[in-house]
Write a protein that binds this ligand. Structure first.
Ligand SMILES: Nc1ncnc2c1ncn2[C@@H]1O[C@H](COP(=O)(O)OP(=O)(O)OP(=O)(O)O)[C@@H](O)[C@H]1O
Length: 403
């Protein structure tokens, strides 16, 4: 192989006859030709092989791309063991053990979120939980709702101010008197009665950041991550001090324990335990106030109502006739109204309406005026609006009954 032309040693002795020299050279030529042939064959084979590998490489690159493009599932790393990484898939809570490259392993730690493919191999490690937070936690630096926007629930408003606003504005007073302010306030009552508004208004009044998280989203959309999200939620509240942490639909996390032992229940339990431990370990509460809300007070696990947790219960009922009148006045403040409008009659006729219903009537009345090409809203528009909303509610009730 390494022979170069200069190094070729001649296949005859110097003193050989001319004829012998020719024969020897011809013999050598023949050998070289056959060797050359052989090498050319090998080269062709190698080229063919190379082609084959090239195609394989292309196929694998394509496959790799496809794997990364096809929908991936989200999972959370549970543990890094010598046998592989234990992951738990979101949505179905399925646990699996999967192998990863050393580089990927360096990137992972328990609680990391990862994307996995159909065969549960980890394809990539996902960004921090900030995106998850953004999806479930609503953060408002200073909500616009004020106490003047809330009607018909003066006593409740007063109580919220006393238990949430005072400790935020005047923590020293509690210290001087020598009592602990209530740690959590639980607002309970029918939907649309102003519970969220109360929490927002108090955050506004105290210049606190309003952080909202819905219990149902926590346990249904992010199965497997509930406990972690609760931790994140409190962390977020600490970062934004002073803050009002509003947990809506707390019944989704803190429902009474049932006998069934489904994994969903276990997950909800874990989320609730995390919430309780965050509340219990909350020493310096001055700057963070916790308000929770529920429409299903009867369903709550009593553990959540123990002293030091949500120990101040405030019922927020549907407004009475005077309350409705006030709420009508609030929601029509910016409307161009006919002078004849009779608020007392509106309040009287909207018997079972919640604050949210009253607001809907006002908006709908405005729509009736617009349809009629008017800018002034009349009593008849409100009457039509109330009829329409009642009819819609009935339809909803019927479809719920038959659902
Ligand atoms: N007491 C009220 N005064 C004025 N407006 C109200 C009142 N209650 C409800 N509303 C109107 O209804 C909307 C919904 O109310 P809010 O979200 O505060 O109710 P909620 O009790 O938190 O309801 P849910 O239990 O369904 O979360 C408010 O944005 C507001 O426009």
């Amino acid at each position: 192989m390494t022979d170069t032309v200069d190094e070729v040693d001649l296949p005859y002795d110097d003193d050989a006859s001319q004829q012998d020299k020719i024969e020897a050279l011809e013999e050598r030529l023949e050998v070289l030709e056959s060797q050359n042939e052989e090498m050319r064959d090998k080269l062709l084979d190698a080229n063919a092989e190379n082609n084959k590998y090239q195609q394989k490489l292309e196929r694998l690159t394509h496959e790799n791309k496809k794997l990364k493009q096809s929908p991936l599932f989200v999972a959370t790393v549970q543990e890094l063991t010598d046998d592989g990484v234990i992951i738990k898939q979101h949505g179905n809570n399925q646990e699996a053990i999967t192998e990863v490259t050393d580089e990927m392993r360096d990137d992972l730690e328990p609680d990391s979120r990862v994307a996995v493919n159909n065969s549960l191999s980890i394809v990539k490690s996902l960004e921090d939980e900030t995106d998850v937070r953004a999806r479930v936690m609503e953060v408002e630096e200073s909500p616009e709702v004020t106490y003047q926007d809330i009607g018909g629930i003066e006593d409740q408003l007063e109580e919220v101010r006393e238990t949430v606003e005072m400790p935020l504005k005047n923590p020293d007073m509690f210290e001087e008197v020598g009592i602990e302010p209530p740690s959590g306030v639980l607002l309970h009552g029918p939907p649309g009665t102003g519970k969220t508004m109360l929490a927002k208004a108090v955050a506004n009044q105290t210049d606190a950041t309003f952080i909202k998280m819905a219990g149902s989203e926590l346990v249904h959309k992010f199965i497997g991550e509930g406990a972690k999200l609760v931790r994140d939620l409190f962390e977020l509240a600490r970062q934004h001090e002073p803050s009002v942490l509003f947990i809506d639909e707390i019944d989704a996390i803190a429902a009474k324990r049932t006998d069934s032992k489904t994994s969903g229940d276990a997950e909800v339990q874990r989320t609730m335990m995390q919430l309780l431990s965050e509340m219990d370990g909350f020493e310096e509460r001055g700057e963070i106030r916790i308000i929770a809300a529920t429409n299903r007070f009867d369903m709550l696990d009593r553990a959540i109502l123990r002293p030091g947790r949500f120990d101040r219960l405030i019922e927020v009922p549907k407004p009475d006739i005077e309350g409705r009148e006030q709420i009508f006045k609030i929601h029509t403040r910016k409307m161009n109204l006919d002078e004849e409008l009779d608020f007392a009659q509106l309040a009287d006729m909207t018997g079972e309406a919640s604050g949210a219903d009253v607001k809907a009537v006002c908006t709908e009345a405005g729509m009736f005026a617009i349809r009629d090409d008017r800018t002034e809203v009349r009593m008849q528009d409100f009457l039509d609006a109330w009829d329409k909303i009642q009819a819609e509610d009935e339809e909803e009730d019927i479809s719920r009954t038959f659902a």
